[in-house]
Ligand binder design. Structure first.
Ligand code: HEC
Length: 180
């Protein structure tokens, strides 16, 4: 009795070992996916990130500092950014074209509505004031409200700091008299 029992135990144990070994042998060569060659990814070269930071022109910094407050502490970079709102209609360089709106070179210290060859609305032609920082600030805050009936279809620049920076930028860029 004893011997038989122990013999059965050994056989059973051997069978169990053999059974354990089986599943492992089944799937050892699953290389199909892993061997796929890397897809020929389009070589999206990284865009050149070397856009040079806008160098601060010392002459412009000096001009900025000479402006009356609050424009003397204006942020020219933000002013330039704000000017994106205007550039579809206005040039600011000397001799720049009139587009939908008049060229703005020399705007400060000039009487409103007097750029040659630009067809102004009657209200702007008749306005008679001289542009300075304060006037431009009011105009840009609410173009329609400031001078009803004018033809500048522009919603305005609502943020006061953005207006200040934009005016500082225009004062530096349009070569006008710094006063006002
Ligand atoms: C959709 C076009 C348009 C945009 C955008 C625009 N303007 Fe004008 N702007 C005009 C037109 C048109 C006039 C002339 C209005 C008239 O005759 O009534 C004008 C007139 C002016 C004037 C008066 C010029 C003068 O000779 O008296 C100033 C200053 C001015 N714009 C500044 C700006 C600034 C600064 C911005 C951006 C914040 C701006 N404009 C955005 C069309 C535009």
């Amino acid at each position: 009795m004893r011997r038989v029992t122990s013999g059965l135990v050994i056989i059973a144990a051997t069978a169990a070992l053999a059974a354990c070994g089986q599943p492992a042998a089944e799937d050892s060569g699953a290389t199909s996916n892993a061997a796929a060659p890397p897809a020929a990814a389009p070589a999206t070269a990284t865009a050149p990130t070397s856009t040079p930071a806008p160098a601060v022109d010392p002459a412009k910094s000096a001009l900025l500092a000479s402006l009356p407050a609050p424009y003397n502490t204006g942020d020219l970079e933000n002013g330039q950014k704000q000017f994106q709102l205007c550039r579809s209609c206005h040039t600011i360089t000397e001799g720049g074209a009139n587009m939908t709106g008049p060229n703005l070179y020399g705007i400060f210290g000039r009487t409103a509505g007097t750029v040659e060859k630009f067809r102004y609305s009657e209200p702007l032609k008749a306005a008679g004031f001289v542009w300075d920082g304060a006037k431009l600030d009011q105009w840009l805050a609410d173009p329609r409200g400031f001078l009803p009936g004018n033809r500048m279809s522009f919603m305005g620049v609502k943020d006061a700091k953005n207006r200040t920076d934009l005016i500082a930028y225009l004062k530096v860029e349009t070569g006008g008299k710094p006063g006002g």
